[in-house]
Design a protein around this ligand. Structure first.
Ligand SMILES: *Cc1c(COP(=O)(O)O)cnc(C)c1O
Length: 356
C-alpha cells in the first residue's frame, strides 16, 4: 500500500523550472533569466551579518525592508507586502481572489506558473491568445468576467505593453483583480505602480530575482492599495507569517541601498541585449523586441529544439518551450559580454554547419 495523493491534487501538472545543473562552472547558463553578475559586496555582507542572529525568528512583517521598498517605488509601507519570491505573491493572489465565479485569465504565451497556480488553487484558468506577432491586444481583457494576470514586460516574449493599455484593462474591470507582474520592468518597461493610488483592483508584483541578482535569496513584493493588501496579508499570515527569512530581508535592504551598482548592471545587461539582438538578426533570426534581460528568437537557420540541443552540447543552456506557436524559438537570458561573444560564435557555427 502507498499513501494516495488527495483526489483534489491527483491531476496536478507542476511547473517545470529551467534546468539547474549541480556544476555550472563549465556551463554558460542562460536558461532561467538570472543575472550573470553577483550581488554587490554590501549585500553579501548584510546577509552574513544577519546570519549571526539566526537563532531568533525573523520579523514577520519585514518592516525595515518593506519601508525602504515602499519609498523606492513611491508608495506607503501599508501598500506593500514582502514575499518569498514573487511566485509567492502570485500564489497568495490566486488563493485570495480566485474561485469558480472568478477565474484567472492570462495570455496563452506567458509565464508558465499562471496556469499551474490555477490548478493547485482549483481556480479555472483561461488562456487568451496573443496576436500573431506576440503582442497583447488590451481589448481582449476589457470588461472580462475573470481576474486578469499579465506579465509586463511579458515572458518569454520580452514584449512590453504600454501603461495606457493596462489602465484601460484595470478601469474596465472594477470588480476584478488585475495583477500586473513586473518581474522585468527594470530592464526597459514602464511601471504601472502609480496607478495603485487610483484603482483599488490593481496588484503589481516585483521580484529581486532578475534585476537585483538575488534569485537564490527568494524575495518578491506585492504592491496594491491597503484594502487589497489587507486581504493578501491575511492569506500570507494563514500560510507562513515568516515567509521572508532574516538573511534575505537584510540582503534586500542592502540591495535597495546599492542603487548605483544596480543601475550600472541593468544598463550593461540592456546594452548586451541590444547588441546580441542585432547580431542574431544579422545571422538571419527573427528576434522579438525585448524590454527584458532575455531574447526570444527563432525562425532562422537553426531553431527551437535543434538549436537548444546543439547549444547544450557546447555547454550553453537556453530555454525551449515546445508550444504550437513557440516551437521555432528559444529564450536566451543575457550573460556577460564575454559569454555572449562566445554564445553568438557558437550559434554562428551551428548555423553554418546546417547550411554547409
Ligand atoms: C522570474 C519570474 C517570476 C518569479 O520570480 P521569483 O524568483 O519567484 O521572484 C515571476 N514572473 C515572471 C514573469 C518571471 O519571469
Amino acid at each position: 500500500m502507498s499513501v494516495a495523493i488527495s483526489s483534489r491534487y491527483s491531476g496536478l501538472t507542476p511547473y517545470v523550472p529551467g534546468e539547474q545543473p549541480r556544476d555550472v562552472s563549465r556551463l554558460i547558463k542562460l536558461n532561467t533569466n538570472e543575472s550573470p553578475f553577483p550581488p554587490p559586496e554590501a549585500v553579501q555582507k548584510a546577509a552574513y551579518t544577519a546570519s549571526q542572529s539566526l537563532n531568533l525568528y525573523n520579523d514577520t512583517e519585514a518592516r525595515a525592508l518593506s519601508e525602504r521598498f515602499a519609498s523606492h517605488v513611491g508608495v506607503s509601507p501599508g501598500e506593500v507586502l514582502a514575499t518569498n519570491g514573487s511566485d509567492e505573491i502570485l500564489y497568495f493572489a490566486y488563493l485570495a481572489f480566485g474561485d469558480d465565479a472568478s477565474p484567472m485569465a492570462y495570455p496563452d504565451i506567458s509565464y508558465g506558473f499562471y496556469p499551474v497556480y490555477a490548478d493547485i488553487c482549483r481556480v479555472p484558468g483561461r488562456a487568451i491568445p496573443l496576436r500573431e506577432d506576440f503582442t497583447l491586444d488590451y481589448r481582449d481583457y476589457m470588461g472580462i468576467d475573470a481576474n486578469v494576470v499579465i506579465a509586463n514586460p511579458n515572458a518569454p516574449t520580452g514584449i512590453a505593453l504600454p501603461v495606457e493599455d493596462i489602465e484601460r484593462i484595470v478601469r474596465s474591470n472594477p470588480n476584478r483583480l488585475v495583477l500586473i507582474d513586473e518581474a522585468y520592468v527594470d530592464f526597459g518597461g514602464v511601471s504601472c505602480v502609480p496607478l495603485i493610488k487610483k484603482y483599488d483592483n490593481l496588484l503589481v508584483t516585483r521580484t529581486f530575482s532578475k534585476s537585483y541578482s538575488l534569485a537564490g535569496a527568494r524575495l518578491g513584493f506585492g504592491i496594491a492599495c491597503e484594502e487589497l493588501m489587507g486581504k493578501l496579508r491575511a492569506v500570507k499570515n494563514s500560510i507562513n507569517p515568516y515567509n521572508v527569512n532574516a538573511m534575505t530581508q537584510a540582503a534586500g535592504l542592502a540591495a535597495l541601498e546599492s542603487k548605483e551598482y544596480y543601475q550600472e548592471m541593468v544598463a550593461e545587461v540592456s546594452a548586451i541585449r541590444d547588441e546580441t539582438a542585432s547580431r542574431l538578426r544579422a545571422l538571419g533570426y527573427r528576434v522579438l523586441p525585448s524590454s527584458t534581460n532575455f531574447l526570444f528568437f527563432g525562425q532562422g537557420p537553426v531553431n527551437g529544439a535543434a538549436l537548444m540541443g546543439e547549444l547544450r552540447e557546447r555547454g550553453v543552456l537556453v530555454r525551449y518551450f515546445g508550444g504550437e506557436r513557440t516551437k521555432d524559438f528559444v529564450r536566451m537570458s543575457m550573460g556577460t559580454r564575454k559569454q555572449m561573444d562566445e554564445v553568438v560564435s557558437h550559434i554562428r557555427e551551428i548555423c553554418e554547419g546546417r547550411r554547409g
